[in-house]
Ligand binder design. Structure first.
Ligand SMILES: [Fe+2]
Ligand SMILES: [Fe+2]
Length: 287
């Protein structure tokens, strides 16, 4: 999938969306909410990094892919910002302070580091996003079954596109400043950084709910975090070997079907039926 499509999807985030959008899994809901909170600070930084790299690229095809990559990421963070504003308005105003801290944090990273660092961060984050995308799609019934379709659809759309643009940032890194060890450093740095920022946000929300200190909630959270690490880490190792080429990681059939169903304009794409996430995509939406 070298060709990227910039999809401007009119997602709606009305007041009746609950922060516990997966009512059976409040801890998982907040893990996702925490990651969502980071996107409007992380993704503009990725765009800025790749745009800076593009100035040193001659290859028109790579430039076009990099430009479309920026277009997709631009849509992602705008949609997440709207969702995040809803979260803040629905009982978590303290998220605003975390947002201010992230603005400042990414400003400092931008100023302090080299283009090589920024591109290694972008390529590293994209490796993690690819692996997480595969996991979310594979495990979608467990993670999103029975949840609010508006939130599940936002997240799965985002990660369909993360899988779609899996090689863009790495191609830019390799074209501008190739090097295995720095790429590896970027992979670890970006992964730990984004996970730490997400954790700070979900901890804040769980505290507000009174769940953070509740043993039963903490156990459920650990279960979800352990599950995430067990299912994601082995694949992260695959991305950390020399010569890693995301093109060799086959796209899940569900993602291929999502892209096709969106192109055809039919079926329950982009708003998914979370009561039946195993159903083939592209089939007529039930009346
Ligand atoms: Fe994204
Ligand atoms: Fe991405």
């Amino acid at each position: 999938m070298d060709e990227l499509t910039i999809r401007r999807i009119p997602f709606e985030f009305p007041e009746d969306i609950e922060p516990h959008w997966n009512a059976a899994k409040p801890e998982w809901s907040h893990m996702v909410n925490g990651a969502s909170l980071v996107m409007p600070y992380l993704e503009p930084y990725l765009i800025q990094s790749v745009r800076a790299g593009m100035k040193q690229i001659e290859d028109p095809e790579l430039k076009a892919v990099a430009s479309d990559y920026c277009g997709q990421e631009g849509q992602h963070f705008r949609q997440h910002k709207r969702f995040n504003d809803l979260l803040a308005d629905k009982g978590y105003p303290e998220l605003r302070e975390l947002e201010d801290r992230m603005t400042e944090g990414y400003r400092r990273i931008t100023e302090k580091h080299s283009l090589r660092f920024h591109l290694a961060y972008a390529a590293g984050f994209e490796s993690m996003a690819l692996v997480i995308g595969h996991w979310l799609v594979r495990d979608r019934e467990y993670l999103f079954g029975g949840s609010d379709p508006r939130v599940a659809s936002l997240i799965l759309w985002h990660f369909v596109e993360e899988i779609e643009h899996k090689n863009a940032a790495l191609d830019v890194y390799n074209a501008v400043c190739p090097g295995y060890f720095y790429r590896l450093f970027g992979l670890f740095y970006a992964s730990f950084h984004v996970i730490a920022l997400s954790r700070r946000a979900y901890r804040s929300m769980l505290r507000k709910d009174g769940l953070w200190t509740k043993p039963s909630s903490r156990l459920r959270l650990w279960k979800e975090v352990t599950r995430f690490l067990a299912l994601v880490l082995p694949h992260m190792l695959r991305c950390s070997v020399p010569g890693h080429d995301p093109r060799k990681i086959e796209d899940p059939q569900w993602v291929v079907d999502w892209v096709q169903a969106y192109r055809d304009g039919q079926g329950s794409v982009p708003i998914l039926d979370t009561q039946n996430l195993a159903a083939p995509l592209g089939e007529p939406r039930p009346a």
